[in-house]
Design a protein around this ligand. Structure first.
Ligand code: PBG
Length: 331
């Protein structure tokens, strides 16, 4: 017998009874259209090198990056985000804006191969290219010099745009970076290149596997707390986002994703521009490691987390699961 109630009982389980009913009333859907796949291209290698902390991912040659992009495009993934690993690094990170730098070569080759069939985004930062591993150039006191860094970011944006990027994605958390990049792009006739701003990027312990992937070690055991956000701060993320939108960001991003769903929900309510989330390397690696031990069902947890990221407000997600999830969704 049903429990005694004073009104016709609302039976919540009615709409959960069959897969078709659940499908009908789902509030959030994850589609292949929501996925952006990060790709690493490394200079000076003949074969792709597996990244042990990101199982299933590689430092690619330009040729193997094209093959991987082809696989992703065939699965329906609409966009890739490129990161470069240069053969040599210097104090300024000059490889980042070298017209023959590895990301610029990859962009040109991918554009030739795919035309407009895939969105080509490029991470815009210096840390992969500096010998000290910071996201900008250093002042005499060893701190990152904000405005001197902006000047370099403008050069990187122009090199990436000239090589065929649809989207540049500044990730260094310098003040004024979106404005500096937008101004440089517009001045050189690249009005159509969009800026995806890493707007609320937190100083997270979850970037460890990524730093292996791009061979970055921060000099002297340093960290990025002087420019990335403090994980304790929620309101501050809205200030960062408001500045980036005012400076001309076309899309704003929250990063990492699952640890910052509150921030993502706040940002979604605060702005009209598309909102992205970066499900980062550590988030991927944790799932892969637990799954490899048989402790969780990795595929199920990946889908659950990516749906949660969408539920919190993301329009799309940068994720190392892009290929796998596209396959699972029947791509
Ligand atoms: C900086 C950059 C980082 C990531 C994306 N862009 C590393 C950092 O800020 O230390 C991290 C991505 C990830 O962990 O998946 N160029």
């Amino acid at each position: 017998m049903a429990p005694e109630v004073g009104f016709p009982q609302r039976r919540m389980r009615r709409l959960r009874r069959t897969p078709a009913l659940r499908r009908l009333v789902a509030e959030t859907r994850l589609s292949v259209d929501d996925l952006v796949a990060p790709l690493f291209v490394r200079e000076g290698i003949d074969d792709p090198v597996p990244i042990s902390s990101l199982p299933g991912h590689f430092q690619h040659t330009v040729a193997s990056a094209v093959a991987e992009a082809k696989r992703l495009v065939d699965l329906g993934v609409p966009a890739v985000l490129l990161f470069g690993v240069p053969a040599t690094k210097d104090a300024e990170g000059s490889g980042a804006w070298d017209p023959d730098g590895v990301v610029q070569r990859a962009l040109r080759t991918l554009r030739d191969a795919f035309g407009d069939e895939v969105v080509l985004a490029a991470d815009l930062c210096l840390d992969e290219y500096t010998d000290h591993g910071h996201c900008g150039v250093l002042a005499a006191d060893g701190t990152v010099d904000n405005d001197a860094t902006l000047e370099r970011y403008a050069r990187v944006a122009l090199a990436q745009a000239a090589a065929g990027a649809d989207v540049v994605a500044p990730s260094g958390m310098m003040d004024g970076q979106v404005a500096a990049i937008r101004r440089a792009l517009d001045a050189e006739g690249h009005e159509q290149v969009a800026v995806l701003a890493y707007a609320a990027k937190f100083a997270s312990g979850l970037y460890g596997p990524f730093r292996d992937a791009v061979d970055v070690r921060i000099a002297g055991g340093g960290d990025r707390r002087g420019y990335q956000q403090d994980p304790a701060n929620r309101r501050e993320a809205l200030a960062e986002v408001a500045l980036d939108v005012a400076e001309g960001a076309d899309v704003v991003m929250v990063k990492p994703a699952v640890t910052y769903l509150d921030v993502l929900a706040d940002v979604r309510r605060a702005v009209d521009v598309p909102v992205a989330a970066y499900h980062v390397s550590g988030e991927y690696a944790m799932i892969k490691a637990a799954a490899a031990n048989g402790w969780i069902d990795g595929a199920a947890v990946a889908l659950e987390q990516l749906v949660a990221v969408k539920r919190a407000g993301a329009d799309f997600v940068l994720t190392y699961f892009a290929g796998e999830v596209a396959e699972a969704l029947g791509g």
